[in-house]
Design a protein around this ligand. Structure first.
Ligand code: CU
Length: 137
């Protein structure tokens, strides 16, 4: 019986690894800017927690995961190794909170274009997402 349950769990893993990305966007960058922040909502429709463990884009040397911390009156960004996505829950990356950071962008992001990003989840694996570029702020 124990073996039967184990193999069932292994077979079931891909079906439960269901991640959906909503509203992935970034901003147009001014000429010479080296970084841009990316936002999105990550929904986990699985009954198991997942974790975003990496991100990459052909348009940036690297894509880091950042959080904002209040240090007195100063907001600081700190790089983290990943974001936990709760089972049957979601995580919103937004301005002033957790965000992706495109570092050393290869050229300016232009309003209206889409930036390809590959996300890597511990359980759901790799996923390709396009980040819509909003207006320069
Ligand atoms: Cu940042």
């Amino acid at each position: 019986m124990r073996y039967a349950l184990l193999s069932l769990a292994l077979l079931a893993t891909p079906a439960f690894a269901q991640i959906e990305i909503d509203n992935a966007w970034t901003r147009a960058t001014p000429p010479g800017a080296k970084t841009a922040a990316g936002y999105m909502t990550i929904r986990n429709q699985s009954s198991l927690p997942d974790r975003l463990i990496g991100a990459a884009s052909p348009l940036a040397a690297r894509v880091e995961m950042h959080v904002h911390l209040h240090d007195g009156d100063v907001m600081r960004m700190r790089q983290v190794k990943g974001y936990d996505i709760p089972a049957n829950g979601s995580l919103e990356l937004k301005s002033g909170g957790a965000h992706l950071m495109f570092v050393d962008v290869k050229r300016p992001f232009k309003e209206g274009e889409k930036i390809p990003v590959t996300l890597r989840f511990e359980r759901a694996g790799e996923m390709k997402v396009e980040f819509r570029v909003g207006r320069l702020n």
